[in-house]
Design a protein around this ligand. Structure first.
Ligand code: HEC
Length: 294
């Protein structure tokens, strides 16, 4: 019975992978302004929900029911990156000069929509649908090539108001503003105060995190002791990531690898034991599987 289920799931996954490979071929790049590119159909197989006003892949509902109700943002995050942007990696170190340049560009070009703190709540973004992304937050998880692509090409492919910057900003400008956005989200820099909008709020984040762990305990997914261990290791992980952003850069866009690398580094530094690292990973997996953590 379980074997049967596993087998069907495996076959499904292989089918999706094959379809994905077939469709993410070069033509995905040929029509960035169109809403009906092959790209859209690929995304549709990842589980297209009822989306109005997007024109994305309504013709394909094959993947429905997989992975829960997808948000527009989640679809964009899992959209295939056009070939000419694939493998792009940030050559500009996050030093003071880059952050200063990035801050200026951000204040002039981005804050009006994305907000001073990068949380997607600038004045010009209030009436946009979809709303500006909370890029201080999402840029922590997204890879260089994704961010460079999205800033270069904007939202035409997805029918959003995100502006294409490739003829406005130089490549270096784009990397500087990516460095700045990530630094906003990690707390390495403080937001300017021109346009308004919230900063990433560490206290609110911490509270949300605590609530998530309490829900895990209430639903018998984890024990109270596991919740405490998780919180303790998580704080150390966060501190390590903030202090070693540049070292961890190659793991951007791959949160699982990033977590593994960070845990390994903490064990090496003697901050946690290997047992604690293993327990953390196990608790993390259970929370993810139960849907309590996303
Ligand atoms: C006119 C308003 C507007 C301006 C100005 C703007 N953006 Fe956006 N941006 C959006 C909207 C709306 C979205 C969400 C829809 C999307 O992803 O296409 C978005 C999405 C993004 C994303 C994708 C994030 C994700 O999580 O997928 C990035 C990165 C981004 N913007 C960076 C920038 C940067 C950097 C600037 C300045 C150089 C900028 N934006 C200026 C409206 C804007």
């Amino acid at each position: 019975m379980t074997y049967r289920k596993t087998f069907i799931l495996a076959v499904l996954l292989i089918l999706i992978a094959v379809f994905f490979a077939a469709c993410s071929a070069p033509e995905a790049t040929s029509a960035p302004a169109s809403t009906a590119t092959p790209t859209s159909t690929v995304v549709a197989t990842m589980g297209q929900g009822q989306h109005q006003g997007h024109g994305m892949g309504q013709q394909h509902g094959t993947g429905q029911g997989m992975g829960g109700p997808p948000e527009g943002m989640r679809e964009r995050h899992s959209a295939p990156i056009p070939v000419e942007y694939q493998g792009k990696s940030n050559p500009v170190p996050t030093d003071e000069e880059s952050l200063a340049r990035g801050e200026k560009i951000y204040a002039q070009q981005c804050a009006t929509c994305h907000g001073d703190g990068g949380m997607g709540d600038g004045p010009a973004g209030q009436n946009l649908d979809p709303a500006p992304a909370p890029i201080a937050h999402t840029s922590q998880m997204l890879g260089d090539s994704y961010l460079f692509w999205r800033i270069s090409e904007g939202g035409a492919q997805f029918n959003t108001a995100m502006i294409p910057y490739k003829s406005i900003l130089s490549e270096q400008d784009i990397w500087d503003v990516i460095n700045y956005t990530r630094a906003l989200g990690s707390g390495q820099v403080q937001p300017r105060k021109n346009m308004g909008g919230q900063a990433m709020n560490p206290e609110a984040e911490a509270q949300m995190h605590a609530d998530m762990l309490t829900a895990g305990v209430d639903q018998d997914v984890i024990t109270r002791a596991e919740a405490d261990l998780f919180a303790e290791v998580h704080d150390k992980l966060d501190a390590y990531k903030t202090a070693h952003m540049d070292e961890l850069r190659s793991f951007m866009g791959n949160p699982e690898e990033m977590q593994k690398a960070t845990l390994d580094a903490l064990v090496k530094a003697g901050e946690i034991t290997q047992d604690q690292a293993d327990a953390f990973t196990d608790i993390h997996d259970r929370l993810m599987k139960s849907g309590i953590m996303q």
